[in-house]
Design a protein. Structure first.
Length: 257
């Protein structure tokens, strides 16, 4: 029996676009073709004036997106270039001229947290967990653009907690700091998400576009050049150890080099 290849699927329902990350066997971890398909979908949606709202979710109920497919780091020649390329893809989502909603069940970690944060609103089940545990898993880092974006939405103390302690934060805590729009039980989350989508679709689209794109540009202004930090991290022995340990199913041994 052949398995369905990982994909990002788009379904259009009137004014609503439904985007689904479909790799449930790997908790919807993103392969590079999935990243590229997400960008194509966002670029196409941006050109369609009939689409007024987009809902993003993961296939199944175990994860929204659990990060990137780690195998692809083995094949990359310049791993720090990965962050630059992913920045461009997230930019397409962040700058969509329509409201976006992330429907989150299970894990939203690594790229999953970044994609959820690139959306305008987030609705999660109470047991959903969020974080970027790279200090425990791969030993890589984020770009200045992505760090700026998540810090603006989560606050610097929470981002430090996620990055420096590798802690996964539960949905109720992120509801209390307004990162989440709401939480909903699994049997109610689809209904609540669609109710928000209907509310958003009834409002002035040009005002929505101007508001969210202006905010996105403000968050991107005056970003520092951290190329040397990204290059040091991705070229380190620790990063190579993190990738190998993950693929071998063991704990990494960090040496700080």
């Amino acid at each position: 029996m052949t398995s369905t290849p990982p994909s990002v699927d788009l379904a259009i329902d009137g004014a609503l676009a439904r985007i689904t990350f479909n790799n449930p066997a790997a908790r919807n971890a993103l392969t590079w073709p999935m990243y590229e398909e997400l960008q194509r979908i966002c670029d196409n949606i941006a050109k369609d004036p009939e689409i007024r709202v987009a809902i993003l979710r993961g296939a199944g109920d175990k994860a929204f997106v659990s990060g990137s497919d780690i195998q692809q780091f083995v094949d990359l020649q310049e791993n720090e270039a990965y962050e630059v390329a992913v920045d461009a893809i997230f930019h397409s989502l962040q700058h969509l001229p329509i409201p976006t909603i992330a429907l989150i069940e299970g894990l939203a970690v690594g790229s999953g947290l970044l994609i959820a944060t690139a959306c305008d609103f987030r609705i999660a089940t109470p047991d959903a967990r969020f974080g970027i545990p790279v200090a425990r898993t791969l030993g890589n880092c984020l770009s200045p653009s992505n760090l700026s974006w998540i810090a603006a939405h989560l606050g610097v103390p929470m981002v430090k907690r996620m990055l420096l302690t590798a802690e996964l934060i539960k949905a109720p805590e992120l509801l209390s700091n307004s990162y989440l729009y709401s939480t909903a039980l699994p049997q109610d989350i689809q209904r609540d998400t669609e109710a928000l989508a209907i509310k958003l679709a009834a409002l002035a689209p040009i005002t929505q576009k101007a508001s969210k794109v202006t905010l996105a540009r403000l968050m991107e202004s005056n970003l520092p050049d951290c190329t040397e930090l990204m290059r040091e991290t991705y070229n380190s022995a620790d990063f190579k150890e993190g990738v190998n340990a993950f693929l071998e199913g063991r704990s990494p041994q960090w040496i700080g080099k």
